[in-house]
Design a protein around this ligand. Structure first.
Ligand code: ATP
Ligand code: MG
Length: 403
C-alpha cells in the first residue's frame, strides 16, 4: 500500500506547557536523525502532533526506525484521499481489506474538521461503514472493541485515513532533559541504566575505565559495542575511554586490601565528575543496583559518593537482576554483556571487600597518595570519540537488492 505520510502522536511531552515548542523541535530533530539516509522524508512538527511526509520512501523501514525514538506515544501510517466521498470510500476499503482477518470486526471513527465537506461526522461513519461492509462480506461492526478502528479525518487539504496504531517507545525526546555522563562498564547493568536515562530525555556520554594490559582490547571494544547498541536511541554517543592502569596499580600497592574497591570507585567517580564538568553535563548515571555486590550497599554508596555532590542517577537501583536482564534482552545488549572479558574492577577486586566501609578510614588511606596528580594525568590521556549507530537495516536492504 502506498502510504502518503505517518502521523506521530506525542507522549507526555504535550503536557509540558510553555516548554512544548522546544520539546517538539527536539523530537523533530531526533526523528530526522533516524531517517537521515532517506532525504525525501520531510518532518513537520505541529503543536499537538507530528507529520512525516514519505515522498515515496518505504514506509515499513520508516516505521521500524520510529520505534526507537523516545517521546513518541504512538504512530500511524496514513493514506490521503481527495475531498470526495467516493474517493474516501475507496481508500477506506483498501485500508480495511489490507488489515482484515477472516470474520473480523471494525468501526469507523470519522471527524470533520473541514466544515465545507458535504457529510458530517455521523454521516461519514455510516456511509463509509456501509460501503466497506458491502465489499467485505465476512466483516461486521463492533463499536466497543473492534479489531480495526478506521480513523477518518476530513481537513481542508484532504481526507486522511489510518487503521493501524503502533506503540512508540514512550519517554521524552533524548536531549530534552540535558546531558549526563554514563559510567559504562562491559556488564549487564550499565547499558540498561543508560537506556533508561535516555528514555527520560537524557543525552548520555559514556565513560569507560580501561586498564591495559590487565584488561584486553576486547574488553574496551565490548564497551564501545555496547555504546553502539544504545546509540540507536540517540543516533550517536560520545565515548570517553579513561586509562586507569596507573591508578589501579597505585591503589593496589598503597591501600589495605579490604578498602581497594571503595577507593577505586571513588577515583572512578572523581574522574567521571571531572569529565562531566568539561562536557557541561548535569549529572552522572551508573548501573548500581542496591545490594547486588559489596560496592552497592547503602554504606558503600555513602563512602563512594562523598567525593562529589553531583546528582547521581541510578536507574536500576531498585531492580532485581532478572528485571534488569529482561530489559537488556529487549534492547539487545544482553548477549554482548555476557561475553567473558575481564573488567578493570573484577581483576583488582579483593576476595573480601568491605561491605560497610568507614569514610574516615577511606580518607586516611587516600591521604598518603597524590591521587590529584594521578587523576590529572589520566584525564590528560582520555581518548574521546563518537560512536555512531550501526545502520544494520541499511546494510540488509542493500543485500536485498542483490538477490
Ligand atoms: P555492570 O553490569 O554495569 O558492569 P555490575 O553489576 O558489574 O554492573 P559493578 O561492577 O559493581 O556492577 O559496577 C557498578 C557500576 O559502576 C557499573 O554499573 C558502572 O556504572 C560502573 N562501572 C564499573 N566498572 C566500570 C568501568 N570499567 N568503566 C565505567 N564504569 C564502570
Ligand atoms: Mg561490572
Amino acid at each position: 500500500m502506498e502510504f502518503e505520510r505517518i502521523l506521530i502522536r506525542y507522549g507526555e511531552l504535550s503536557t509540558k506547557g510553555k516548554n512544548r515548542k522546544q520539546f517538539v523541535a527536539r523530537l523533530a530533530t531526533n526523528v530526522k536523525r533516524v531517517v537521515q539516509d532517506m532525504p525525501e522524508v520531510k518532518v513537520h512538527g505541529e503543536r499537538d502532533r507530528m507529520q512525516l511526509y514519505l515522498n515515496g520512501a518505504p514506509y515499513e523501514k520508516v516505521l521500524e526506525r520510529l520505534k526507537s525514538v523516545f517521546g513518541i506515544q504512538s504512530f500511524s501510517p496514513v493514506l490521503k484521499a481527495e475531498l470526495d466521498v467516493e474517493a474516501v470510500k475507496e481508500a477506506a476499503y483498501r485500508l480495511v481489506s489490507e488489515n482484515h482477518q477472516p470474520n473480523g470486526t471494525f468501526k469507523v471513527a470519522a471527524r470533520r474538521g473541514f466544515r465545507d465537506f458535504p457529510l458530517d461526522s455521523n454521516e461519514l461513519n455510516q456511509e463509509i461503514g456501509a460501503a466497506v461492509l458491502r465489499r467485505i462480506p465476512d466483516l461486521t461492526v463492533n463499536v466497543k472493541n473492534p479489531d480495526i478502528k478506521l480513523i477518518v479525518e476530513v481537513r481542508a487539504d484532504g481526507v486522511f485515513l489510518s487503521s493501524e496504531t503502533i506503540l512508540g517507545a514512550g519517554g521524552l525526546p533524548v536531549s530534552s532533559s540535558g546531558r549526563a555522563m554514563l559510567m559504562l562498564s562491559g556488564g549487564i547493568d550499565s547499558p540498561v541504566a543508560g537506556y533508561l536515562a535516555m528514555k527520560r530525555g537524557v543525552e548520555v556520554e559514556a565513560v569507560h575505565f580501561h586498564s591495559p594490559p590487565y584488561t584486553s582490547e576486547q574488553a574496551k571494544q565490548k564497551a564501545v559495542d555496547l555504546a553502539q547498541k544504545i546509540a540507536k536511541y540517540s543516533g550517536q554517543i560520545q565515548m570517553h575511554v579513561v586509562p586507569f592502569t596507573e591508578i589501579q596499580e597505585t591503589i593496589k600497592k598503597q591501600v589495605p586490601e579490604s578498602y581497594i574497591m571503595t577507593v577505586t570507585r571513588r577515583m572512578m567517580l572523581r574522574i567521571t565528575d571531572e569529565l562531566r564538568k568539561r562536557r557541561n553535563g548535569l549529572a552522572i548515571v551508573n548501573g548500581e543496583s542496591l545490594g547486588q555486590v559489596a560496592s552497592q550497599t547503602l554504606e558503600s554508596m555513602i563512602a563512594i559518593n562523598e567525593v562529589t555532590s553531583t546528582s547521581i542517577i541510578r536507574p536500576v537501583a531498585t531492580m532485581d537482576k532478572n528485571e534488569i536482564i529482561e530489559i537488556a534482552k529487549a534492547i539487545d545488549t544482553f548477549e554482548l554483556s555476557i561475553q567473558p572479558f575481564e573488567d578493570c574492577c573484577t581483576i583488582f577486586t579483593p576476595a573480601a571487600p568491605k561491605t560497610k566501609p568507614k569514610l574516615e578510614k577511606v580518607q586516611h588511606y587516600e591521604s598518603f597518595v597524590d591521587f590529584d596528580g594521578l587523576i590529572e594525568k589520566a584525564l590528560k590521556n582520555v581518548e574521546t570519540f563518537p560512536v555512531e549507530v550501526a545502520q544494520e537495516a541499511a546494510i540488509k536492504d542493500e543485500f536485498a537488492d542483490l538477490f
